[in-house]
Structures are given as C-alpha cells and as structure tokens.
Design a protein. Structure first.
Length: 432
C-alpha cells in the first residue's frame, strides 16, 4: 500500500514511518518542516505541508494522488503563533478527511488522544474530539486510536518527566497523586500495524494505554532510580501555583508545560487495558518492564540534567550581551571609553560611532538570542564579534590579557558556552 502519514516528522509519526516501510509499504511523510535526510529508506518520501494553512479539501488533493490509506498523526502540545489547536487538530484534519472522501481514499487511521471524549474540557482534547467526531460521522473506513502519554526514544513528554526527576528537588502538583497510564511507542506502532491488515474491522475507537496506571510521584521516583540518581526529593506545589508557573513555561521551548497540560494531568490520564487486548491480542508492556529492558545511557543522564539548563543558558548569554550594551552606552564613563578606543587608533567622531555602534550591536545580539527566528544569526554574530574584539585587543591593548578581572580571558569560556548553546538549540534553530 501507499500510505500518507501526516505529522510524519514528529515522535509518533517517525516511528510509524519506519515500522510501516519494514512491512513493505510505501510511505509519504507530510510535515510542516521536513528535516533533510531524516529518512534514508527508499520507500519513504517527504513533502512539506503547512497544517495551519491546509484547511480546505482542495489543499490535500495533490497529496492524496495514488494514496491507499491515511494516518493522521499531527499534534501539538502547545499553541504558538498560527499553530492553534483548532487549526492543527480540527480544521486541517477535517479538510483532509473531506478530501479523502472526495478523492476516494477510503481508509483513515486517526491518532487522537486519551481524554478526547464526552468529558473533555481542555482545548487540546476538545479539538481532537471535534476531528474524531467528524471522522466517525463520515462514510470512510476509519479507526480512531486514543493513546495516553506515549514514551520511548525521542518522546518529548517523557524527556520532560526525566528532567523533573533529575532535579535536586522535584516539584509535584499537590502530592503527585495524579494517575497516568503511559504506553510505549513500540506497542502503539505494533497496534497501528495491525490496523493496516485487510481483516481489520472498520469504525472502531480504541484507547491505547499501558499495562497499568501509575501515580505521577511513582513515575518520577522510578525515572530517577532509572537514571541512577538516588531517591526522589519531592516538594509539594499547590495546584494553583503550578498553573501560574506553567504560564511562564513558554521560555522552556519544547517543554510540554502549559496551564492546559497541568489541567490534563490533574484530571488523570488512564483507561482500561482490556479493550486494547481484545482488539490487538497482545498486552502492552508496563513502565517497569520497559525500564528494565531499556537501561539508561549516559546520553539520557546528560539530556535530563541539561534540559532546564538549556533555556537558562540562552537567557544568561542574552543578558551578558544586553547588559554589556547598556553599560557601554549609558553607565560606564564615556571619557574612559573614548580613552580606551584611542589606544586602538580611534578618536573623534569615529570613536563615538564605534562606542555607540558597538553598544547597539551588543544589545541587538542579546535580544536576537532570546528569539527563535534569529537565534542562529545571533550565535554566529556573537562568535564573530567576540573574535574581532579579542583580535583587536590582542594587537593594540595586549596588557588587558593580564588584567586581574580577566575581561579578555572571559571571552574564551563565553565562546565555548555559545557553541554549547548552538548545539543544544540545534533542533529549534534548524526548524525555524
């Protein structure tokens, strides 16, 4: 079969793409920002689709030519700019389902979410449910899969939980008694592969959950033990205060912490595993079993330890440049700055231009560091600027290398820290 996977560059979609091609099917991956050379398999091709704009059936016609089955795995955990729950979870999928009906693609698998039911309250769940209900009312041969939190290699949610577990003191909403029932991505993938078989029954909704529920406190405790970091040191944070903190979580980038996710956690995320076993004829693994069969590596410990330091590193580097610009332009005595510039051969209007131009450049580089759109340019600009400053000082004022406060020597660790930030933020800036 030729299968179109929307959201195919995401965590679930990428796992599905690889597993499905191993079954001999041809896959087209539709993604907003396809990563170059991500898929090397000859039976996987990628196309670019902006799900915020593909809101009409005709936007999908060309992508459905020759397609036998569609798997919609598009999903976002937080709204950013034009990427809203309504557009990505509801309007784009509905347009896709309408296009399937008009083009003649009869089989659709919708990757929804556990909690997208009649008790749904969050916009995340309500938008998922709206697409589910539209698909269920269609004449298509549909399967709606509603997974709980999905974990495994590359999972963002579990990466965030690992980072929480790795903290010296771990905050818990209330006492962390919320129940969740995560499912391993390999079990989800195996279930989807069974849905591709000719004998699979159409028009079913199935909750995809792990073997048993676990409290959030127990999850973090087990993750900390898995990372080899000793006992968990929890601190209770009231629910209301957690919501307030979640509103400030946008700077954490991909971290799945928003008021909505806190509300969904507080509601709980569990279901009966019996329906899963009845349809797929195998029992999903428990979290304990997965941890035993997949021991933590050094990369897991590094990622968990650096998770919260990554945004802080970007913030502090930005503050260094912004504060340097402000101090140079408005606080440090102008006469002393001009005296210093005279030692490199600048005087008069040229010295004034260099002083305020350099200050403005520092502030612009700092502000750009706080953004995603200009981060890569900012990093390159910082490295070039520091290199030029260091070269000029070395040639004209070498005595500053021996200054007790190390104004020049400090450029060296700052360059290294900037390069580390470049690597840590690579996913962000390459997808901008």
């Amino acid at each position: 079969m030729h299968i179109l996977i929307t959201g195919g560059s995401g965590f679930i979609g990428s796992h599905l793409a690889h597993a499905i091609t191993q079954q001999g099917h041809r896959v087209t991956v539709a993604a907003r920002n396809p990563t170059p050379n991500r898929y090397t398999h000859p039976d996987i091709q990628t196309i670019q689709v902006d799900f915020c704009k593909a809101l009409r059936p005709e936007d999908w016609f060309a992508h459905l030519e020759g397609v036998d089955l569609v798997i919609n795995a598009v999903g976002i955990i937080r709204e950013t700019g034009h990427q809203t729950f309504q557009a990505v979870h509801e309007q784009a999928p509905i347009a896709l389902f309408q296009a399937c009906t008009q083009i003649g693609v009869q089989r659709v698998i919708q990757i929804s979410a556990l909690g997208a039911d009649n008790q749904a309250q969050s916009q995340y769940h309500l938008s998922k449910k709206a697409a589910d209900d539209f698909l269920a009312a269609s004449t298509l041969e549909w399967t709606i899969l509603r997974p709980s939190i999905v974990y495994g290699p590359g999972a963002r949610s579990m990466a965030f939980f690992k980072a929480l577990a790795a903290l010296p003191i771990t905050p818990l909403v209330n006492r962390g008694e919320q129940q969740i029932q995560p499912i391993h991505v390999a079990d989800l993938t195996r279930a989807v592969l069974l849905c591709l078989t000719p004998e699979w029954p159409a028009q079913v909704r199935i909750n995809l959950v792990g073997a048993e529920p676990v409290s959030f406190h127990t999850l973090l405790q087990n993750l900390r033990h898995w990372l080899g970091l000793g006992p968990l040191r929890p601190i209770t944070v009231p629910y209301g205060l957690t919501l307030t903190a979640a509103r400030l979580g946008g700077f954490l980038g991909d971290a799945p912490i928003t008021p909505e996710t806190i509300q969904m956690l507080q509601r709980g995320n569990t279901g009966s595993v019996n329906d899963f076993i009845r349809h797929f004829h195998f029992e999903p693994r428990s979290l304990d079993t997965a941890m035993q069969t997949e021991p933590a590596h050094q990369s897991d410990r590094w990622h968990a330890g650096l998770f919260f330091l990554r945004p802080l590193l970007r913030l502090t580097i930005a503050l260094v440049w912004i504060s340097a610009g402000i101090v140079s332009a408005f606080i440090y005595p102008k006469t002393e700055s001009l005296t210093l510039l005279s030692q490199v051969g600048l005087s008069g209007s040229w010295a004034t231009l260099a002083l305020y131009g350099g200050a403005a450049l520092d502030m612009l580089l700092g502000i750009a560091t706080l953004t995603r759109r200009w981060l890569r340019i900012a990093v390159l600009g910082q490295i070039i600027t520091m290199s030029v400053y260091t070269l000029i000082i070395t040639l004209f004022i070498p005595a500053l290398w021996a200054h007790p406060f190390g104004p020049v020597v400090k450029n060296l660790p700052l360059v290294m820290a900037t390069l580390v930030m470049l690597i840590l933020e690579r996913r962000t800036i390459w997808n901008t």
